[in-house]
Design a binder for this molecule. Sequence first.
Ligand code: LLP
Length: 425
Amino acid sequence: PASTRPLPDGGLAVGGVPLAELADRFGTPAYVIDEDEVRLRARAWRTALPHADVAYAGKAFLTRAMIRWIEEEGLSLDVCSAGELGLAALAGFPAERIVLHGNAKSPDDLRTALRLGVGRIVIDSTGEIARLAALVPPGARQRVLLRVVPGVAAGAHAAVRTGVEGQKFGLPVAGGEAEDAVARILGQPRLELVGLHCHLGSQISGLEPYVTAVQRIVPLLARLRDRHGVTFPELDLGGGFAIPYRAGDPGFDPRAYADRVGGELALRCARLDLPVPRLTVEPGRWIAGPSGVALYRVLAVKRTGERTFVAVDGGMSDNPRPALYGVRYTVRLVGRAPAGTPRPMTVVGRHCEAGDVLAEDVELPGDVRPGDVLAVPASGAYHLSMASSYNLVGRPPVVAVSGGRTRLLVRRETLEDLRSRDVGE
Ligand code: LLP
């Protein structure tokens, strides 16, 4: 991953700061985020699609500083709760550039969005239409998108495949459900339907799923024009762009997406004599993932049978992804010269289950020992945001690095933080 750079002594640095130094200063486990890398990655999408709206998916990684960087780089922000919305408001993010998602938005989510004046709310179900309209103050109009399901299976794991029928998000393009919902939205004077939305899934490495989605959604746009006389100025195709977790894993090229998917959209619209809607994309992982590194300290090394287990001071509470999706990571020893022949080892966490594995069969130096610092690249997306307090282990801090400088963004969760929530006796 781009964010870790080798040092002359064989160690690793992020943003010009050696990782071992960060581990000493902030303790472990810790998340490190490279501000410069975040900005470069945000810019890569803006440059590839200069006329599109690029909305960073905050669920991947959200802190106030991250929201500022995203704002300064000219991106919009995709949020899916009053919590994410509130953090965006606290960071001063312009509400007009916020899009709110969710298959089960609470009254509080919707009210907060309306009060702040978010730019778009994505309607996910038929029942939500009247519920939202009833909350919009008289005389006001809320711009909305309708989430549709084009019937495209894409994504690294069944848990993140949202483009297929039979899962909880959106309304199918096939069978008329999406069309009926559009008719209902058009009948609500307090809602202004500006376009359709779809999100196919996550960790998608090819372009074809997006092309197929366009090929199914554009004819729907033509049917809606023919039936209701409406055309929409926007089309949001969601996120899902893959990153490599290990050497050799496929990635995703924003320029190729712009050419192929943007090209297909223009072509299909021209054929049906439709105006080409402005595209929105919602990259989350692609921006945050490779910009982050997780740091751990080795607590124990156990050789048993054929296997060597290297146990660290974090685990599934700060990274549930291997346990949830079977994801495989690389692990690097940092901060000292390695010795001993590299051998396959399994890096495990400190939690009370055998499934608490961070990295299966990774090559580590034969002399790896307690006290060593290990770095796991590509830890920026869906780590902090999915961390738990399992076993009452506090969640790690987030440290930002940029141009050789270091800044604490989120402090470590203390045992006092955790105990203070326990208010019964
Ligand atoms: N837009 C919507 C509506 C989404 O639901 C998501 C992700 C995104 C955009 C951003 O997708 P990305 O570009 O980051 O793939 N926890 C899983 C990933 C879940 C993704 C959920 N939705 C993981 O750790 O792999």
